[in-house]
Design a protein around this ligand. Structure first.
Ligand code: 2M8
Length: 426
């Protein structure tokens, strides 16, 4: 699919209008109603789009997120800046007791990757250098927090302790590990998401029960991050999440080099190297891609999700797995009409409508196409960007899309979809 120059102008104008309407001053909400607060990785990725409209505002987006970093280095997945009743679970459920309430779990650490792009493309070089330099120690502290609290045995790879941390909430990757979390005692609650979006496009009640049970367990430990890894019944090492951390560490090291912060550069380069070396342990020969490692069960997970394709975004150019992974991406995409399905359509569990169990997401595509381009597959990368633009031109700025027929799914007028459109129009 392609777009015409007129489509492109219309897409650009519409993307900017969406980012403006979801802009609450110092942060951007993902979409009205469904997600009325600031989300961690949404904000960083949205900053890439904002940078094309207003550089100052783009930096502000990331600065606002890091203004709510905890003293231990942790950066929350949601910052509840203002009251809103349209989302569950809200601040009272998390009960983290922060001055501005936040959640107590984190999200994929794309900040390092996004900040490097902001810095390198900024036209006001002096302002960009000063603002980037001020953020470097904060990102370094977050990465250090990951290695200390989520990799206590120094394996080089970090675990997520909640499916929401992955950003790919209901992926098949978590099915077995989540099934081992007993929902007993979770109590009654009222979901809000299914009043905004068709329930067939959202996680199930059985999943929500367990999502909430994990929150209750962690809340019972007073959100003491040093204690959660040991106590959590759910600990999974996600190749996608780790690839993002490794790539952000590489980008943090490059920024720290450029801005004369040698200690940060050295530490970040060390983290990236340790992560890359350990990634090899997540290679699943049978699936022909990377797979999650269930740290509680001690086994690789039989699940061919997009998480296992994301390492392309982090492998060094020339790495032996890169060509195999690029080929694997081609195979998975050939099974759908629109790239890149969030799960291999050949898997009988593939669900074209249900959120992260099949639909395509432009933010994931952004990282996949970056990985393809990084390893020399420029045409394949361009084809993914073009398809995404044509999809949005025809179907609107949806949260996610059916990869078989392109139907728009989830929330509408979505910020990160708008930001990715601006990225792809480049
Ligand atoms: C989705 O996750 C939230 C929980 O964090 C939810 O469903 O309530 C995911 O797609 C996640 O990746 C995203 O950051 C968030 C906001 O767009 O929505």
């Amino acid at each position: 699919m392609t777009t015409s120059p007129r489509d492109d102008d219309r897409l650009r104008a519409e993307a900017i209008a969406i980012l403006r309407e979801n802009d609450l001053g110092a942060y951007t909400i993902p979409t009205k109603g469904l997600y009325p607060f600031q989300w961690n990785w949404d904000s960083c990725l949205v900053a890439l789009g904002l940078a094309r409209i207003d550089e100052d505002r783009a930096f502000r987006e990331i600065e606002t997120l890091f203004a709510h970093q905890w003293e231990d280095g942790f950066v929350p997945h949601i910052v509840f800046h203002a009251d809103a009743q349209s989302y569950f679970p809200g601040p009272d459920v998390w009960d983290t007791r922060r001055a501005t309430p936040t959640s107590g779990i984190t999200q994929p650490p794309v900040a390092g990757f996004c900040l490097r792009r902001l810095y390198e493309t900024a036209s006001d070089r002096e302002a960009a250098a000063a603002r980037t330099k001020a953020l470097l120690p904060r990102i370094a502290a977050w990465h250090r927090w990951f290695h200390a609290t989520r990799d206590p045995e120094a394996t080089g790879l970090v675990a997520i302790l909640h499916p929401w941390e992955s950003g790919r909430d209901n992926s098949m990757d978590w099915d077995e590990a989540l099934a081992r979390v007993s929902p007993e005692g979770v109590g009654e609650y009222v979901r809000r998401d299914t009043s905004h979006v068709d329930a067939a496009q959202r996680p199930t009640k059985a999943e929500y029960d367990r999502y909430l049970r994990l929150v209750q367990i962690f809340r019972g430990l007073g959100w003491d991050h040093g204690a959660l890894h040991e106590a959590s019944p759910f600990k999974v090492v996600d190749p996608g999440f780790n690839a993002i951390l490794i790539r952000s560490a590489e980008d943090l090291a490059a920024l720290a080099e450029a801005l004369d912060e040698p200690a940060i550069a050295e530490e970040a380069a060390r983290h990236a190297a340790a992560g890359r070396a350990a990634l090899e342990g997540l290679w699943h020969e049978g699936l022909g891609q990377y797979a999650c490692f269930d740290r509680a069960a001690g086994a690789l997970v039989e699940s061919a999700s997009i998480g296992g394709l994301l390492p392309l975004f982090a492998l060094e150019p020339g790495h032996a797995r890169a060509a195999v992974l690029a080929k694997r991406i081609e195979t998975v995409c050939a099974r759908a009409r629109h790239p890149v399905p969030s799960h291999d359509p050949a898997d009988p569990r593939f669900d074209r409508l249900r959120y992260w169990r099949g639909p395509l997401w432009l933010v994931a595509n952004r990282m996949i196409l970056d990985g393809l381009a990084r390893h020399g597959h420029v045409d394949a990368a361009t084809a993914i960007a073009r398809d995404g633009l044509a999809l949005v031109a025809r179907r609107g700025f949806a949260e996610y899309f059916d990869p078989l027929d392109g139907r728009p799914l989830g929330g509408g007028r979505f910020s990160w979809t708008a930001a990715m459109v601006l990225e792809f129009l480049d």
